[in-house]
Design a protein around this ligand. Structure first.
Ligand SMILES: C[S@@+](CC[C@H](N)C(=O)[O-])C[C@H]1O[C@@H](n2cnc3c(N)ncnc32)[C@H](O)[C@@H]1O
Length: 278
């Protein structure tokens, strides 16, 4: 599937009208897109560059771009809540997802994070995605396949409970583990057993009780570094002369991110000295 260059048949194209409304079409020679402002022949778009403006038969303008990954993630069908782009970006960098990495994620959910991880591990990497629910796995597979225009050779989606996974099931330890599930503390022993020494473990949890429980679980196992926790807040700005100000609305909370690294076997983690509470 092409990600740049002139439009080709089969491309998923986002048309944006003057009111910034989006319409998605898949280009097929001879087909037309019907709007209340007339028709647009797909053939007018095929062969032209992204960023082109096409006119409908009744004279309305539509801006044409291919879907970016964020457009796909925010518009695709969902079985489970997706990891939003702002958090996926944190996971890729803080989780140090490198080209060639062997990464395990669970649950696959709707496949949103899987797409970002697949791009980052590149052609030499491998992503194994566990999902306990068959219906969710189906959403993840359809969404990922649709985005990449087929099943990526580097992706191994599996139906199953992460709690039952062993290092042998994976053909050896993995470099990174990323969890997005309700009860990640139930899988910490599996994470310990499948993660290579030095490997990065991240988990994404929505509520404060989950955050406390998973942080304590990581500390208790004594095989990880002191875990870090944070959240990211992204606030858009309206920039229009004297009206320049933050947007009134934002996604104020999505989830917390938790991060730790696997220690070598038999090592006792140095713990920070905490002052006793008065
Ligand atoms: C919030 S969704 C994940 C969304 C996904 N990260 C995305 O961006 O589309 C959480 C998923 O974890 C799955 N899950 C929960 N416990 C699991 C387990 N023990 N093993 C595998 N999957 C699990 C759930 O069925 C659900 O689909």
């Amino acid at each position: 599937m092409a990600y740049s260059g002139p439009f080709q048949p089969g491309d998923r194209v986002q048309l944006t009208d003057a009111k910034r409304r989006h319409f998605t079409i898949i280009l097929e020679p001879g087909e037309a897109f019907h709007t209340h402002k007339g028709q647009i022949a797909h053939d007018e778009i095929i062969g032209s560059h992204e960023g082109t403006v096409v006119k409908s038969t009744l004279g309305a303008d539509y801006l044409c771009f291919r879907h970016l990954m964020v457009d796909h993630v925010l518009s695709m069908p969902r079985g489970a809540a997706v990891i939003y782009p702002k958090d996926a970006a944190q996971i890729l960098v803080e989780g140090d997802i490198f080209p060639g990495a062997r990464v395990l994620e669970a649950g696959a959910g709707s496949g949103a994070l899987s797409m970002s991880l697949l791009r980052a591990v590149g052609e030499r990497g491998r992503l194994i995605s566990y999902e306990i629910r068959e219906d969710h796995l189906e959403f993840a597979e359809n969404n990922v396949d649709e985005f990449f225009g087929g099943r990526p050779a580097t992706w191994d989606p599996r139906l199953g409970d992460l709690k039952e996974v062993t290092v042998d099931d994976l053909g050896g330890p993995v470099d990174r583990v990323i969890l997005d599930m309700l009860e990640p503390w139930e899988c910490l022993e599996v994470v310990r057993d499948i993660l290579i020494p030095g490997g990065v473990f991240m988990t994404y949890v929505a509520t404060v009780p989950q955050l406390m429980k998973v942080m304590e679980g990581i500390r208790e196992l004594q095989c990880f570094t002191e875990p870090k926790a944070w959240e990211s807040l992204v606030r858009e700005w309206k920039v229009e002369g004297l009206a320049t100000r933050p947007e009134h609305r934002m996604n104020a909370h999505t989830a917390f991110l938790v991060w730790a690294r696997r220690l070598a076997d038999g090592v006792t983690p140095p713990r920070p000295q905490r002052r006793a509470r008065r």
